[in-house]
Design a protein around this ligand. Structure first.
Ligand SMILES: Cc1ncc(COP(=O)(O)O)c(C=O)c1O
Length: 511
């Protein structure tokens, strides 16, 4: 950590004090006096040293963060960014030109903790030959572009320019019928009238939050859950409450013990939970539905991985099949093509109109052209054909990743084999910080998702998530090798830090 910063403030100058601090720090970074990774002094101490208000320093650090010069790690401090934008032509002038008080104008939602995590972990992009195991989408070679093109051509031939306008508010009726048929085949009772087509299932979760949440209402999620759900719930102003979970889903005892006022909903992924990949048993599903009915808390069932059963086993009964008041959210992004941006919500009948109106208010409708093309795609049976081609490939990729992990991870690691979906969850032993593993793995050339992205206040084991559908087997094995090396590095550093603490209590805080 840098002990002090060479800054002299000029209170009488026209430039506000926070900007003077920010500009000086930028100058020190550009001069090479503050190197990447160096920790800046805590805001309170710097404020004391400069005889100024702490808020002034906080605001300066916010400006520096927004400009990409530093990175803030919650609970650890502020660090000079790995890749500061040093090549920018006129950063001090840029700063002084942005003279609106953005820090004061921005809504509280933009400062929410899940969004801050996302920002922190997507900073300083990886370079070179990186194996990306974070993207939950198939590699280009598996996407059915030829079939989709045929369907788009057909839509133009048969509908002409009629395909290019706004569509019905609830979604194309033919598409809703086809979705309902597909759901019924999978044991989810659904009427076309209860289905709302959305722009990705992300919008489905967002609309449900908008329909139910007033600022500061509690909304329940599992202790580890999909980061995108955390983001939209936080953005809606909800107080997101993590419920302790086991391998089988939310802990019923913990749910029963929750204090009033009651929550506005509980978001779950019964099949192939993201990030842990596990599936809820039928018994837990029944217990959850009974809890929801007793307590008047609606369930949101996100079945994002529907149809991705690697061993062909059907999923246990859907929550929606147990209770028509469950919001059932689905998507074509994971089983077919993310770029369609087509998802859907099977709404509780009493709420269909509300969600349709909200959806219309948000975006005036999901692309009519793509809905028509998707309906054609489904009618031609291309989805089933695509799945029968891609599922064996995913299975082989999962096996390749597992083989690599068995080979390259240090002894003592274990994980559950995923049988549905496209993610493998690797629990980390106590003492291995998932973000440190993420950073080290990035340096080694493999991207994995640290558990902090998915975490709530409820305690849960640390780990990293790996997506195996997007890379060929040899790259997955190589990714496992790089991750193994990263984990060994982090563990070695931990051991060295523990030893040096034993030797001398006066350790220097380097990071
Ligand atoms: C669990 C889960 N739900 C929903 C989504 C949103 O996907 P889309 O908006 O593409 O349908 C994702 C995306 O990764 C996800 O992982």
């Amino acid at each position: 950590m840098v002990r002090t910063l060479d800054i002299t403030l000029a209170p009488e100058a026209e430039t506000p004090l926070y900007r003077q601090i920010a500009e000086r720090v930028i100058a020190l970074i550009k001069a090479g006096e503050l190197r990447p990774g160096l920790r800046l002094p805590p805001t309170r101490r710097l404020a004391d040293e400069l005889s100024t208000n702490r808020n002034t320093v906080v605001r300066a650090f916010e400006e520096l963060t927004a400009g990409g010069w530093v990175t803030s790690l919650v609970g650890r401090g502020t660090f000079v960014a790995d890749a500061p934008p040093a090549t920018r032509q006129t950063p001090p002038a840029d700063l002084s030109r942005s003279d609106l008080p953005w820090a004061m104008l921005l809504s509280r939602a933009t400062e929410s903790e899940p969004l801050a995590r996302l920002e922190r972990l997507s900073r300083s992009p990886a370079h070179g030959d990186v194996i990306n195991l974070t993207k939950m989408q198939p590699s280009a070679d598996l996407l059915p572009d030829v079939e989709l093109r045929r369907c788009v051509d057909h839509v133009f031939k048969t509908h002409g320019a009629d395909a290019l306008g706004y569509g019905p508010r609830q979604g194309l009726p033919r598409l809703r019928e086809l979705i309902a048929e597909d759901l019924q085949r999978n044991g989810v009772p659904a009427l076309p009238d209860d289905i709302l087509v959305t722009t990705g299932s992300q919008q489905g979760i967002d609309l449900i939050a908008r329909a139910l949440v007033n600022p500061d209402d509690a909304f329940l999620v599992e202790a580890r859950t999909y980061s995108g759900a955390l983001n939209v719930l936080a953005a809606s102003g909800a107080r997101v409450v993590g419920v302790p979970s086991d391998e089988d889903g939310p802990d019923l005892v913990a749910l029963e013990a929750l204090e009033r006022p009651r929550a506005k909903g509980l978001y779950v992924m019964p099949n192939s939970r993201n990030p842990t990949g596990t599936t809820m048993s039928r018994a837990r599903r029944e217990a959850l539905v009974a809890w929801s009915q007793r307590n008047g808390v609606p369930l949101v069932e996100d079945d994002y991985g529907a149809d991705l059963a690697l061993d062909g086993t059907p999923a246990p009964t859907a929550l929606r099949a147990l209770d028509p008041n469950v919001f059932h959210v689905g998507t074509f992004s994971k089983k077919l093509i993310p770029a369609l941006r087509v998802g859907f919500v099977v709404c509780p009948p009493a709420l269909t109109r509300t969600l349709v109106n909200l959806k219309h208010a948000m975006d005036l409708g999901t692309s009519m052209l793509l809905q028509l093309a998707l309906a054609e795609f489904l009618e031609r049976g291309y989805l089933r054909r695509h799945l029968s081609r891609s599922l064996p490939v995913y299975r082989a990729r999962r096996d390749a990743l597992e083989a690599g992990l068995h080979r390259w991870l240090p002894p003592g690691f274990g994980w559950r084999q995923p049988t549905r979906g496209v993610v493998l969850w690797l629990p980390l032993p106590d003492g291995l910080d998932p973000e440190e593993v993420f950073e080290e793995a990035k340096r080694e050339g493999v991207l994995v998702s640290p558990s902090t992205l998915y975490s709530t206040s409820a305690p849960a084991q640390a780990g990293v998530r790996m997506v195996y559908c997007a890379e060929p087997p040899e790259r997955l094995e190589e990714g496992a090798r790089r991750l193994g090396r990263a984990i060994e590095q982090v563990a070695r550093r931990r051991r060295a830090a523990a030893t040096s603490k034993l030797v001398s209590p006066m350790t220097v805080d380097l990071m």
